[in-house]
Write a protein that binds this ligand. Sequence first.
Ligand code: GLU
Length: 221
Amino acid sequence: MCGIVAYIGNKEAYPILIEGLKKLEYRGYDSAGVALLNGDLKVIKKNGKVAELEKHVKTEAHTTQHKVGIAHTRWATHGKPNDINAHPHVSGDGRLAIIHNGIIENYMSIKKALLERGHDFESETDTEVLIHLIEEVQSTQKLPIEEAVRIALNQVVGAYAIVVIDKNEPNKLVGAKLSSPLVFGIGEDEYFLASDASPVIKYTNKMIYLEDGDVITVQRY
Ligand code: GLU
């Protein structure tokens, strides 16, 4: 089981996400990563413990002034544990980022079709295939991100809890779940999506456990 935590609100996202990942460590994992939105999409990921990611971030990256972000601890199922296979994964156009818990069972046939249509992949994961599929639906049908996620997931067989962010729609988190847990936390002008209550409980005890088939859009106005 891996861990997912996502934040949208008025506070700095990075410390909340790192603290959240630490709360989820008990679930077991092999690598960790975050994606932060603030005009640009910044993705930082590392094989090993959350502490390794933090060390790497201290020397490499600017992580303040981001009020939206997603973070993940990975338990590898498709592709070995390494920096490239770690989540978040990014779409080919660099616009979208995804974190995913679970398995896309039919990823090979989707990947083959996407390769034929000109997509390139960096990782060996099923997750990267899903974000390219969402990207393709979004760009060909000119849809808001939540609609692209919903339509892309109709083609997917498997189990997932996902959260997707879009550089061009920076006020949204889009989550979805099937056979993997996802909790929606409602705070004071701040919202969370997480694998369980542990990263959220410090900020709010208002939580909704999403149901299989749910797609949720958390939008800040
Ligand atoms: N199947 C995905 C991967 O191998 C997600 C694994 C997980 O749940 O951490 O990257």
